[in-house]
Design a binder for this molecule. Structure first.
Ligand code: PFF
Length: 454
């Protein structure tokens, strides 16, 4: 991605953006957040927000990149200048960089755990208690640190070398394989687990669960899963071929990403309801315990499928992590200015510090609470997903809706109908900024100060 040439085929954008979007957020994040928020209402709100806010803001972020520059701060300054707007819009770019680092500061920790599970699964889960395995693995600060450092070393290696070709070719094989494996797991869930309990848990409307925090969690998950709000999509938009259509390409990525999340839910929850010791509300450990139970059940086959699953998940996490840190690397490189390798070192070093804080939330500081946030890991996640991403998303939406729309050529962006274009701008101007801000304020008051409005 560091070369100045734009990607020369339409597939490159689709692969890179899907590689960024599909990651831990779909397979680890979505099921556990659905479980923590009681299933049905959260899932339906998530789908609703993906369509109502996710897709429009996704397209807005890509549009900024396509018209602007590659790092988020320069892209915002550049597009602000083009629209005669104040340069202060660059705050949106800085917010993106900050989100990059905070997300990176916990994402690598979970990815490290995935690699660790890959190795454990190779020796088999048979006869082992999934709870004991999980508790043992997270109890050691040093061991968790080792795994996330390994993951960050891989990330740094790819980032420093430039990722354009490597990512593209591996995505061609990886994405379909991951998709296929998840579908197999859904099949296994249907055969071995309780699919009807899972379906009714995931897709039934439970009005009593309605709260600002649930709405905030659903929007935060939609944005996180689609990689919105932090400049990654601006960088991808910048590399997009001129003739590629933003609405069409964005819709494909959004559909693929949401399908993987829903399929992950359909693979995991039938098993959760079939084994009494698994609890849907288990939080971040849900996927690890559920999948290890499933692989243990599969016996010898599990010893083969298990490592494959964790390997694919680790690679999906790697392609997402690269895209998480890419905007910060571009920015440091531009700002200093310095070489790409040095910029990568700086960003990875900051990320390591934040990851150390996150790891402490699993062991040494696991009882350190702030409001309803249970430990430093939860705090890092909260600051990134629920706090910063929604702010960034609001800024992007308002900027494109109110400023950039004035100079946008709808045909160049690829809108076929004027009506659709007007609907898009209307959502960006009115619906998403207002909605996001109300939910952001109410959700934060509820999460941090326990003040409940509805
Ligand atoms: N969308 C990724 C996932 O679901 O795992 C995470 C992510 C990647 C978030 C890139 C934000 C981002 F810019």
């Amino acid at each position: 991605m560091q070369s100045n040439t734009r990607w020369n085929n339409n597939l490159a954008f689709l692969l890179a953006a899907t590689g960024s979007a599909v990651g831990l957020g779909n397979i680890w994040g979505f099921p556990y957040k659905a479980g923590e928020n009681g299933g049905g209402l959260f899932v339906l709100l998530y789908i609703f927000f993906v369509i109502l806010l996710g897709l429009p803001v996704f397209m807005a972020e890509v549009a900024i990149g396509k018209i602007g520059k590659k790092d988020p701060v320069s892209a915002m300054i550049n597009t602000a200048e083009k629209t005669n707007s104040t340069k202060n819009w660059r705050v949106v770019g800085y917010l993106g960089i900050l989100s990059n680092l905070f997300i990176g500061g916990y994402y690598a920790v979970i990815a490290g755990l995935v690699i660790n599970y890959g190795f454990i699964s190779a020796s088999g889960f048979i006869g082992k208690d999934p709870t004991v395995i999980y508790d043992t693995e997270i109890s050691s600060f040093l061991e968790m640190t080792f795994w996330f450092l390994l993951f960050l070393a891989l990330t740094g290696f790819v980032l420093a070398r430039g990722i354009e070709k490597g990512i593209e070719s591996s995505m061609r094989i990886l994405m379909p394989t991951l998709f296929f494996l998840i579908i197999l797991m859904v099949g296994y869930g249907a055969y071995r687990g309780d699919m009807s309990a899972a379906l009714s848990y995931l897709f039934s409307w439970k009005a009593e669960q309605f709260s600002a925090a649930t709405m905030q969690a659903a929007i935060g998950q939609a944005f996180f899963s689609l990689s919105i709000g932090m400049g990654t999509l601006m960088a991808f938009g910048y590399y997009m071929p001129k003739e590629q259509k933003v609405p069409g390409a964005s819709s494909i990525v959004v559909t693929a990403d949401t399908s993987v999340a829903l399929l992950a839910g359909l693979a995991i929850f039938p098993l959760v309801f079939a084994f009494p010791f698994l609890d849907p509300n288990a939080g971040t450990e849900l996927v690890f315990k559920t999948m290890s139970t499933a692989f243990a059940e599969l016996g010898a086959i599990g010893q083969f499928v298990g490592p494959l699953f964790y390997l694919l998940l680790a690679v999906a996490a790697l392609s997402s992590m690269i895209s998480i840190l890419e905007p910060s690397v571009l920015w440091v490189q531009e700002r200093m200015p310095t070489t790409r390798t040095r910029a990568t070192f700086i960003v990875i070093a900051i990320c390591i510090i934040l990851c150390l804080i996150s790891v402490s939330g699993f062991n040494v500081l696991k009882d350190f609470k702030v409001g309803s946030l249970e430990n430093p890991f939860e705090m890092m996640k909260y600051i990134a997903d629920d706090f910063l991403l929604l702010l960034g998303g609001t800024g992007i939406s308002a900027f494109v809706g109110w400023r950039l729309s004035k100079i946008i050529d709808l045909e160049k962006l690829g809108f076929k109908s004027k009506l659709l274009f007007s609907a898009w701008i209307f959502i960006l101007r009115w619906v998403s900024p207002l909605f996001l801000m109300v939910i952001w304020v109410l959700g934060n008051l509820e999460r941090i100060f326990f003040i409940k409005f509805f």
